[in-house]
Design a protein around this ligand. Structure first.
Ligand code: NAP
Length: 287
């Protein structure tokens, strides 16, 4: 899957909308810090034009792309081969375009989140009680890698309970293999409290209330929102007011990008450094 580390390459992020994406900034820093020659662009595809945009990238000699909302499911379907993570999630955020025209799909969202919790926040997931709130594309992408870290118990809770149940069912065999107690619970039926609470919903984007009961988050625990910037503030404040540590989704964003970069280029970039740089640049209004 990897291209030689010294060959230049053309990459992009495909989405709609995509103008807000910080992926070009992140990959430009990764390239500069690892000495890789690559170009990374934004490509806004029409809502019914993902396949055509991908074909356009391939025709220009593109080596790969990231895929964001709303095309992650279509990206998984268009690939000739896919990682087990993609097969479980039904969604891909990273495509590798082979010289023979074959497309390989992977999903690095969960790797990014797990790495940010363990390496970034310093919280080992093994043996912990974890609550994953949400059952959309993002939750589907992170559930497999979370299970692979072997928490004691992983509960998925979602506004639409049937979606949480379907997600849990798809991951039942992996949970059994990893000896994790995996359950889907509707928001009213959520019992007990958790060491780690992950908000993978879009509720704050819509100005909704925090979709987690008061007692679910243990004092001293970790509360992660997959969102970042102003959209994450409500959830992070809620967590801090309950004596927990709050963490936004910027670390996940940089670390999922690092996993994509490593897949494409065969080189692991310094994600922690680039995360610090990105936070500073955003604070200064420069990214
Ligand atoms: P999605 O597929 O549209 O799913 C949205 C989820 O949010 C569903 O579970 C939905 O519940 C729930 N939801 C929406 N409004 C809600 C409300 N008012 N109250 C409670 N639940 C609500 O979206 P997605 O792709 O999973 O993305 C979710 C979030 O993760 C987005 O904000 C995205 O920006 C973020 N994300 C961040 C990263 C990163 O690298 N940091 C990566 C991927 C995604 P229902 O099923 O009931 O509709």
């Amino acid at each position: 899957m990897q291209t030689p580390t010294d060959s230049p390459g053309l990459y992009c992020v495909i989405g709609n909308p995509v103008a807000h994406s910080r992926s070009p900034w992140i990959h430009a820093r990764f390239a500069a810090l690892t000495g890789q020659a690559l170009v990374y662009e934004r490509l806004q595809a029409p809502l019914d034009g993902f396949a055509a945009s991908l074909a356009q990238l391939a025709a220009r000699g593109g080596h790969g792309c990231n895929v964001t909302v709303p095309f992650k499911h279509e990206a998984a379907r268009c690939a000739h081969s896919a990682s087990e993570r993609v097969q479980l999630a039904g969604a891909a955020n990273t495509l590798v375009l082979g010289p023979d025209g074959r497309i390989h799909a992977d999903n690095t969202d969960g790797l990014g989140l797990v790495d940010d919790i363990e390496a970034g926040a310093g919280v080992a997931l093994a043996g912990r009680d974890v609550l994953l709130v949400g059952a959309g594309g993002a939750a589907a992408g992170v559930l497999g890698p979370l299970l692979e870290r072997r928490p004691r118990r992983l509960v998925v809770s979602n506004r639409t309970a049937a979606r949480a149940q379907a997600l849990v069912q798809r991951h039942a065999a992996l949970a059994q293999l990893q000896r994790v107690e995996l359950q889907a619970v509707d928001q009213q039926g959520l019992a007990g409290d958790f060491d780690v609470v992950i908000n993978a919903t879009a509720s704050s984007l819509e100005g909704g209330a925090v979709p987690v009961p008061e007692r679910a988050l243990r004092a001293g625990g970790l509360a992660c929102d997959l969102m970042y910037g102003a959209a994450a503030e409500g959830f992070l404040t809620w967590a801090r007011e309950r004596g927990a540590h709050g963490r936004d989704g910027l670390g996940m964003l940089v670390r999922q990008a690092a996993a994509s970069f490593a897949l494409w280029r065969g080189v692991a970039p310094p994600a922690a450094q680039v995360l610090d740089e990105l936070r500073a640049a955003m604070a200064a209004g420069a990214a």
